[in-house]
Design a protein around this ligand. Structure first.
Ligand SMILES: *Cc1c(COP(=O)(O)O)cnc(C)c1O
Length: 389
């Protein structure tokens, strides 16, 4: 099976992990700050906090911004469930704003309309909006930040797909348009630590909060304690945190991977251009990429044409049967049974549902060979009734 995404592990990665395994620290050692420096550098941020997953990162990012009971978080329906679930972990509610059919990201105009309507009707405005850079394509962060100032909400970017990308010459994660940015290092993402995540932050007080929440709310730093230290053994729990730490084993793998971040994004760009050239002229729609941004191209999604001789579901099954590991990102989160139990109904975000009806994620990763890609393209064009010869 040609996978839709796959990690790339080199001899350097293996050596970096081995060195940690032979060192004194498997966790809470020097590999973590080294990895955090690599993440911060790539994201153009002064600081990063490494955690056990992007899910953990979203949870403590929302928590650090005081999202709690009585609050509501708004996000895109076209995301992995974790973006929404993190609001529920905080005891807050969650709501969804429809996507732009071209970019597949949260639509800033739909957001503006919804905010204005909510204010006019005396409804509850969001405490926090979590835009998701779907497939690595940056959201229109400047427009969302303007709305944040006007309507008083905080912003956490879910950049799980987007490390290495940029928006208007701002690296994703530099914090120019948001409070915090979350990254994932799951093996299908751009760079991997096995499991892992990180948060970039500019505000030193938010950074303190994140460091506390990652590790039980415990501190050994005198400036964060109440009263005086009682001795060298002393620590205080000053908040209710979690054990969301990353291990040094994972961090060493990540630091080694980050050396190849740009090469990975370039490899993805080259393959995406090959798909664009094949599908554009054939009238097969794909996610739009803005000329003022750089997508990290985590995903390459097409919209199965309604005039194809077979439907999307059959096309998906036949691509899998041909050994092409297609996938689907995403069923609108609110259509998940857990969310429909909360009262969400089909028809809530028509653009996201339309997209879901047509979507297929094609293989895209640095190890995808030209021969494999040609086979994917040929098979898609034939099944869509577009084969020229
Ligand atoms: C992968 C992903 C997550 C969760 O990442 P983990 O590191 O697996 O917890 C969250 N949001 C989005 C958009 C993702 O793709």
């Amino acid at each position: 099976m040609i996978p839709y995404g796959r990690q790339d592990i080199t001899a350097d990665d293996v050596a970096a992990v081995e060195a940690v395994l032979r060192s004194d620290f498997l966790t809470q050692g020097p590999a973590i700050p080294q990895f955090e420096a690599a993440v911060a550098r790539a994201a153009g941020s002064p600081h990063a906090v490494a955690v056990s997953s992007a899910t953990a990162a979203l949870h403590i990012a929302y928590d650090a911004l005081d999202v709690g009971p009585g609050d509501v978080v708004w996000t895109s329906p076209n995301t992995f469930v974790a973006t929404a679930n993190a609001a529920l972990y905080c005891g807050a509610g969650v709501d969804f704003v429809d996507i732009d059919a071209r970019t597949l990201n949260l639509d800033p105009r739909a957001l503006a309309d919804r905010l204005a309507r909510t204010r006019r009707d005396g409804g509850k405005l969001p405490k926090l909006v979590a835009p998701v850079h779907f497939g690595g394509e940056p959201c229109r962060l400047d427009e969302i930040a303007d709305l944040g100032r006007e309507f008083g909400f905080r912003i956490v970017e879910d950049a799980s797909h987007a490390i290495g990308g940029s928006f208007k010459n701002h690296p994703i994660g530099d914090g120019a348009f948001s409070d915090l940015t979350v990254f994932s290092f799951h093996p299908v993402k751009i760079v991997t630590t096995g499991e892992g995540g990180a948060i970039t932050a500019r505000d030193p007080s938010l950074l303190d909060r994140l460091n506390l929440l990652r590790s039980h709310g415990i501190t050994r730093e005198a400036r964060l304690m109440r009263g005086e230290s009682e001795g060298g053994w002393y620590y205080q729990q000053v908040d209710l945190g979690f054990n969301y730490r990353m291990t040094d084993i994972q961090a060493a793998l990540g630091t080694s991977q980050f050396a190849r971040l740009n090469a990975y994004v370039e490899a993805r760009e080259a393959r995406a251009r090959v798909y664009d050239a094949a599908f554009g002229p054939a009238g097969i729609g794909a996610q739009a990429r803005a000329s003022d941004s750089r997508s990290a191209l985590h995903l390459y999604v097409i919209r199965w044409p309604d005039d194809a001789p077979i439907g999307r579901r059959e096309a998906f099954d036949r691509l899998r049967a041909a050994g092409i590991g297609v996938n689907l990102h995403y069923m609108p989160v609110y259509l998940q049974p857990y969310y429909s139990d909360m009262g969400f109904k089909p028809g809530y975000c028509p653009q996201a549902e339309d997209y879901y009806r047509q979507a297929i994620t094609l293989p895209l990763h640095p190890g995808l060979t030209a021969a494999e890609q040609d086979f994917v393209i040929d098979t898609v064009l034939k099944l869509a009734g577009r084969a020229s010869s």
